[in-house]
Design a protein around this ligand. Structure first.
Ligand SMILES: Cc1cc2nc3c(=O)[nH]c(=O)nc-3n(C[C@H](O)[C@H](O)[C@H](O)COP(=O)(O)O)c2cc1C
Ligand code: SF4
Length: 447
């Protein structure tokens, strides 16, 4: 049985009830940290653990915490990013639903380490049922003395507030999130300054993902060293993977980092293989923003080594032959799926979600969407493939926030690995899905 840190006990009892959670050792890290450890001591353990941010970028959590401006006499904030809007990613909602107190416990010990007396959870607005679960869990934690003033008779105070978003993917980007939390339009900020110095209301702020923070209680209880022993190399600990697409067992799995991709896809413990006995065609291993990999590069790297579920192995080969672990949204495509249609669908999403501040992203995502639409619907030309390549190149690295890159990478990878599918759509327009609509400039014409 693989190590369970985040989903341990979830099938045994209703962990939404604090008494059930306490019965399996819940909130022990709060008592341990507040009674026996200094805030810096907690931070040291998180550094030692090698825990990396689970929101997508994989930045080391302890290092991020150490950037927090400690000399400032302004209040410090911990903001938890529970926006989870990346297509294919649905692991944070599972964790918050089935183990809400572990999440709250993580917020408490992390806030203590950072010296924050206020913590905000910015949660995706569509997760309304989760807001109710979390509000109930927070009320129970207050009743038991884990939240509020003088927690467990210490001199440490903490309040947690849940703040629902209004349905914008861009508000998952940490600085857009802070703008939105301040009541403004969710436009990403230009960095530097980084939130650790100028964050929420101009104060030092750490923004972390739900899963990152929920990993902290185990680290406090067992030590950073013990956590660093799980996983491989710089990919330490466990990771939640939300698996979907043409697989027999879609769902959320907690894996030890270092598991082979082949085992993850084919073993009955995880995805259970490809549905209806079909062949594997492609995989997007880390949410819609990361490059798609063709079947021959999913389970093996270009060097012929086993591909592992780690930050390093999934990226092996760079973008030429690799991808990214990202947020852990693992999307599997069987042989019948159309890569052009999927790329158009993802690009439509990024165009819709672009905040519009930078022209390469605002104009480029819309342009790519239209060109992809034309190809998919049988109105494309061979030049369109080069045009798409050119547009994505001009977006990547030229924008305020990574949404631009997130829109460019899937297009680049689809052309790199599946150019023949684009060409097939162009040379076989009669086979296209619905060949009666075409974009000319900004106008959608019906033939
Ligand atoms: C467009 C966009 C959307 C994002 N959405 C999320 C999200 O829903 N949840 C999340 O944790 N991080 C998201 N991120 C990453 C955050 O900006 C940030 O890196 C993360 O919350 C930091 O937490 P971590 O270090 O614990 O991973 C997004 C980034 C971008 C550019
Ligand atoms: S890259 Fe796109 S989403 Fe990000 S700031 Fe620029 S326009 Fe807005």
């Amino acid at each position: 049985m693989p190590k369970q840190i985040l989903l341990a006990n979830i099938h045994q009892s209703n962990l939404q009830q604090i008494d059930n959670y306490l019965a399996v050792g819940g909130y022990e890290s709060v008592s341990k940290a507040l009674k026996t450890m200094s805030p810096d001591g907690v931070m040291e353990e998180v550094k030692k653990s090698g825990l990396r941010g689970r929101g997508g970028a994989g930045f080391p959590t302890g290092l991020k915490w150490s950037f927090l401006d400690r000399k400032s006499n302004k209040p410090r904030y911990l903001v938890c990013n529970a926006d989870e809007s990346e297509p294919g990613t649905f692991k944070d909602r599972y964790l918050m639903e089935y183990n809400p107190h572990l999440f709250i416990e993580g917020l408490i010990v992390s806030s203590y380490a950072l010296g924050a007396n206020t913590c905000y959870v910015y949660i995706r607005g569509e997760y309304w049922y989760l807001i109710e679960i979390l509000e109930r869990a927070i009320a129970q934690a207050h009743q038991k003395g884990f939240l509020g003033k003088n927690i467990l008779q210490s001199d440490y105070d903490l309040q947690i507030y849940i703040h629902p978003g209004a349905g914008a993917y861009i508000c998952g980007e940490e600085t857009a999130l802070l703008e939105s939390l301040e009541g403004k339009r969710g436009n990403p900020r230009i960095k530097p300054p980084f939130p650790a110095v100028v964050g929420l209301y101009g104060c030092p702020t750490v923004v972390n993902n739900v899963e990152s923070l929920a990993s902290v209680p185990w680290i406090v209880n067992n030590g950073g060293e013990a956590y660093s022993q799980i996983g491989i190399g710089r990919s330490t600990g466990t990771k939640l993977i939300s698996a979907c697409g043409n697989i027999n067992r879609p769902g959320v799995y907690e894996i030890e980092l270092g598991l082979s991709v082949e085992k993850f896809i084919y073993s009955d413990e995880y995805c259970g293989g490809i549905k209806n006995g079909k062949k594997l065609k492609a995989c997007v291993p880390g949410g819609s923003s990361v490059p798609i990999l063709p079947a021959n590069l999913i389970c093996k790297t270009a060097k012929g080594e086993d591909r592992l579920m780690t930050y390093e192995s999934l990226a092996d080969g760079g973008f030429a032959t690799g991808s990214m672990l990202g947020s852990g949204g693992f999307i599997v495509f069987d042989e019948d799926q159309c890569v052009v249609r999927n790329t158009w669908n993802f690009t439509r999403f990024y165009h819709h979600e672009s905040c519009g501040q930078c022209s390469p992203c605002r104009e480029g995502t819309g342009w790519m969407e239209k060109v992809l639409h034309n190809i998919e619907y049988g109105h494309g030309s061979m030049d369109d493939i080069d045009l798409l390549w050119d547009i994505q190149r001009k977006i990547e690295g030229n924008t305020i926030c990574p949404l631009g890159d997130a829109a460019a990478w899937p297009v680049a990878a689809a052309i790199r690995h599946f150019r023949h599918e684009f060409e097939w759509h162009i040379t076989n327009p009669q086979e296209a899905t619905r060949p009666n609509a075409v974009y000319r400039g900004n106008q959608l014409l019906l033939a």
